[in-house]
Structure formats: structure tokens, C-alpha cells
Design a protein around this ligand. Structure first.
Ligand SMILES: C[S@@+](CC[C@H](N)C(=O)[O-])C[C@H]1O[C@@H](n2cnc3c(N)ncnc32)[C@H](O)[C@@H]1O
Length: 212
């Protein structure tokens, strides 16, 4: 991405008023590379939080007119300290901020964006994940068995590509969960996010890739 494109993306984040764990600095190049590699029709995101990753993926996939479904029960309430840190000092913490971000993304991206206010497992059991997805961004529950569940959802839905966030953080279970199923996947690329020392792992689901 050019520096100008990064500035434009940040301006869009500021205008739409999303926030989040991911930022233009940490994730935009990763999303851009994965999206241009897959040219996805339909992305499934586990973990919306305050919407930055949804927004960046929707922006970077505009040329493919990709749709994105994001699933989040909003377990991590947003604090005013957090909001101050991402430049929304006037807001009040809690679910209302996250729901406002959902509405704002919906207003800006229309029917390209769908939000499911549930845990991924509940969404799966309730039959809400009823589309064909070609990329999962896995950034919800980072602990086992939660991450095991999300991997099983990806396998059951035959999603050909997964991008795992926070792959190498020592305190979570993403790497351990992936190790149990790694024979089902080919690792395509490990991206290091230098600012916080964690990685994103981009993988191909071998079962699906072989069939295609
Ligand atoms: C790290 S944040 C996501 C950050 C966001 N993707 C970004 O980059 O800005 C994790 C989010 O996952 C949600 N979450 C936790 N467990 C989940 C589950 N089982 N299904 C869906 N979302 C979950 C939490 O409520 C939280 O908002």
C-alpha cells in the first residue's frame, strides 16, 4: 500500500468511527495481501470488537465487491480509557459503542456487511453461518477451547483460507489449537506485527484446496 492509501484508509476509519485492536499500521498490508491473493466473494470474521478490521477488509475488497459477515457477542466491554486512546473521548463505554460501530459500518457498506450478535458457536448451531465463505478472519476467542471451535467451524464450512490473528502470543491458545489440526492446512505466510510482537498466520485449508 502506498502511504497515501494508508492515510485515506485512516481517514475512512476516523469518518466511520470504528476502533479496534487492529490498525492501519498493524493490519492493512496483511489484509490487502490476503484479499488480493484470494479475491474473496464472501469473508467471515469472528470478532468485530469496534469494527476496524471489518472496515479495513470491506475497504480493501471494494474492487471485488466482497461481502463480509462479522460475528461477535460483545464480551469485551469498551472502557472510556480505551475510547480516549483511540480518539473517541466523547463516547460512553460498553456495548452501545460497539453497536454504534456496527450501525455505522452498515450505513457505509450497505448489504456488503452483515453482523451477527452472537458467539461463533451459537451462530453456527443456529444456522446463521449459512453462506459460502472463502476467507475466515479468526480474531474472536483467543483461548482454547474457543479457538478449537472456530477452527472446527471453518473446517465444517469448508472455508478455503483462514487468517489467524495473534498467532504467537504466549498467553493464548491460537498456536496450540492450530498445532492440533495443522495437517489439514498449508501455511501460506506468517506476518509479524512488529509493534506488538505478535503474528498473523495465513493458511490454506488443504481439504478444500485439493477439491477445487
Ligand atoms: C481482539 S477483539 C477483535 C478485534 C477486531 N477484529 C479488530 O481487529 O479490531 C476480540 C473480539 O472477539 C469477540 N469474541 C470473543 N469470543 C468470541 C466468540 N466465541 N465468537 C465471536 N466473537 C467472540 C470479543 O467480544 C471481542 O470483541
Amino acid at each position: 500500500m502506498t502511504p497515501e492509501q494508508k492515510i485515506e484508509l485512516q481517514n475512512t476509519i476516523d469518518r466511520v468511527k470504528t476502533g479496534g485492536c487492529s490498525s492501519v499500521e498493524s493490519h492493512s498490508v496483511i489484509f490487502e495481501e490476503c484479499i488480493n491473493f484470494i479475491k474473496p466473494k464472501n469473508i467471515l470474521e469472528i470478532g468485530f470488537f469496534c469494527g476496524n478490521s471489518s472496515l479495513m477488509m470491506l475497504e480493501l475488497s471494494k474492487k471485488y465487491n466482497s461481502k463480509l459477515t462479522s460475528v461477535d457477542p460483545f464480551l469485551d466491554n469498551v472502557t472510556n480509557d480505551y475510547l480516549n486512546s483511540v480518539g473517541h473521548p466523547e463516547e460512553i463505554g460498553g456495548d452501545s459503542v460497539q453497536l454504534a460501530a456496527v450501525e455505522s459500518v452498515r450505513a457505509n457498506y450497505g448489504n456488503r456487511f452483515k453482523f451477527i450478535h452472537k458467539r461463533s458457536l451459537a451462530a453456527s448451531i443456529d444456522g446463521d453461518l449459512n453462506e459460502k465463505y472463502d476467507l475466515m478472519f479468526c480474531d474472536g476467542d483467543h483461548w482454547r477451547p474457543g479457538i478449537d471451535i472456530d477452527i472446527q467451524i471453518a473446517l465444517a464450512l469448508k472455508i478455503p483460507y483462514i487468517l489467524f490473528d495473534d498467532f504467537n502470543k504466549e498467553f493464548d491458545g491460537v498456536r496450540q489449537a492450530f498445532a492440533q489440526v495443522q495437517n489439514r492446512f498449508a501455511a501460506l505466510k506468517l506476518y509479524t506485527k512488529e509493534h506488538d510482537g505478535s503474528d498473523c498466520l495465513f493458511v490454506a485449508n488443504l481439504d478444500v484446496i485439493k477439491i477445487q
